[in-house]
Design a protein around this ligand. Structure first.
Ligand SMILES: *[C@@H]1O[C@H](CO)[C@@H](O)[C@H](O)[C@H]1NC(C)=O
Ligand SMILES: *[C@@H]1O[C@H](CO)[C@@H](O)[C@H](O)[C@H]1NC(C)=O
Length: 244
């Protein structure tokens, strides 16, 4: 029995490979446990039709103003402009549907989810077009994850936080992309052709660029363990030899 446990331990030590970061779904509020095809996927979530972490229902809700997903009201400081809202819809699709976020998934102790994404390197163009398309909109909060008044079942500006111009709340694109979802995204100077940043939007719905970027960061994460890994492999091999 002990030998069996040691064998399993050794196997699990050895299995921390880059592939472990690929095709992962966040342990979130609405995510599926495994990515898979989703024929009925809706609207802006369609790029993930072949491999999605969202259900068709979730993709539908991602397009609604106050949906069952989070009861989040985009129109908390007047009606959000359609061009701005399209980016938030795309962002919701990306968060809910993408199976390529593995390298940035972190455990969290929150009532509504067990995992989050942290510092996903966003392509410069994707962050800047999002920021620019919202430049005529208003908001009262810079971190949209916390601090709202939820008394009426959806988020409202808390007393003392008045609606202000977007640029007064977020002085720059970097400021916006990083703060709005408490560092889910990291602003980068990488452009979409760099292979080093994630895109929210895709040419012809082709998500391959993000698959390649995730693979690149998965390898980095794998090799970050390297100094330890050499020793672990020796220890694991010895355990295995002893166990059989
Ligand atoms: C989709 O949502 C509808 C309405 O909320 C619900 O009745 C239905 O069961 C859901 N379907 C799935 C597959 O979750
Ligand atoms: C929250 O909203 C309710 C209802 O509108 C209001 O009575 C209350 O004072 C608000 N609380 C805060 C902290 O903003």
């Amino acid at each position: 029995m002990l030998r069996y446990i040691l064998l399993l331990t050794a196997a699990s030590i050895l299995s921390a490979a880059p592939e472990d970061f690929m095709d992962q779904c966040i342990d979130g509020k609405h995510h599926k446990t495994e990515p898979g095809p989703e024929d009925g996927i809706h609207g802006q979530c369609k790029p993930w039709v072949q491999k999605a972490c969202c259900t068709a229902n979730t993709s539908q809700a991602a397009h609604e103003d106050v949906s069952f997903l989070y009861n989040f009201n985009w129109n908390h400081c007047g009606i959000m402009s359609p061009q701005c809202k399209n980016h938030f819809i795309q962002d919701t699709c990306f968060y809910e549907c993408s199976p390529n976020l593995g390298p940035w998934i972190e455990k969290v102790d929150q009532s509504w989810r067990k995992e989050r994404i942290l510092d996903v390197p966003l392509c410069k163009e994707d962050c800047e077009s999002w920021y620019n398309d919202c430049s005529n909109d208003y908001t009262c909060m810079d971190n949209w994850h916390v601090g709202w008044n939820w008394t009426n079942g959806m988020n409202k500006c808390p007393t003392g936080k008045s609606c202000q111009k977007w640029s007064d709340v977020f002085p720059s694109a970097k400021d916006f992309c990083e703060k709005v979802w408490s560092n889910s995204y990291k602003y980068t100077s990488y452009t979409r052709d760099s292979g080093r940043c994630m895109q929210l939007w895709f040419e012809n719905g082709d998500v391959t660029p993000n698959v390649n970027v995730a693979q690149y960061y998965a390898k980095l994460k794998g090799s970050a363990h390297n100094p330890r890994q050499g020793l672990l492999i020796v220890v694991a091999s010895l355990l295995m030899l002893w166990a059989v």
